[in-house]
Design a binder for this molecule. Structure first.
Ligand SMILES: [Zn+2]
Length: 201
């Protein structure tokens, strides 16, 4: 289904996972400050977006003369498949005194020339989208709920390392290595089941 990883995963890694249609739970690294995203013009009103913490925010003007970034609620995470790649979107609700708007913002993938209309791809506009907009940003309940399990996977990986000779993968190629992982997990589950039967408490 996807990948759960610490803050070491950056945009270039996220891009590959999202394009394959998989989900990523990953903390945003500290250096990713707010970036200008777009301004939506609805005629009588306009809304300026910036990315922060992997999520689109609206820049609002305060009566003190300063501005603040307000997180925009994500109604839905959408995935669209095409024969060669996947695309991901946040369906965003924009609160507005003139009536709420809805906007679909691409996330998780940095598009390259040819993937959008001329001059409109992220590479051409200079917005590293996979770096600044996450499928499942940290400020969401889904992230909070799932990220905690990462430490369990680390314990599992550490077990795997220790089970291998010299802590090295004992097979070549993705197929053979997947088989090693699968067998390791089966053995772990079988051991856990046996231990539980011996001592159910
Ligand atoms: Zn508006």
């Amino acid at each position: 289904m996807g990948v759960r990883y610490d803050g070491a995963f950056r945009g270039m890694h996220r891009d590959v996972i999202a394009r394959r249609g998989k989900l990523l739970i990953n903390k945003q690294h500290k250096g990713a400050g707010p970036r200008y995203l777009r301004t939506l013009d609805y005629g009588r009103c306009h809304h300026e977006f910036r990315s922060q913490g992997g999520l689109a925010h609206e820049r609002v003007f305060l009566d003190t003369g300063t501005t603040a970034l307000l997180p925009l609620p994500v109604r839905k995470l959408e995935r669209r498949a095409s024969p060669h790649t996947h695309r991901w979107y946040h369906l965003i609700a924009i609160p507005c005194p003139r009536g709420p708007h809805e906007h679909r913002e691409p996330v998780g993938i940095t598009t390259t020339p040819g993937e959008r209309d001329d001059g409109q791809s992220d590479t051409e506009t200079g917005f590293h989208r996979a770096e600044h907009l996450l499928q499942i940003p940290e400020a969401t309940a889904a992230h909070q709920h799932l990220y905690g399990g990462r430490e369990d996977t680390e314990a599992g990986f550490s077990q795997l390392d220790r089970s291998l000779w010299n802590r090295r993968m004992i097979a070549f190629g993705a197929d053979a290595q997947s088989l090693v992982i699968l067998c390791f997990l089966l053995a772990q589950n079988a051991t856990s089941a046996a231990r539980y039967q011996e001592d159910p408490i």
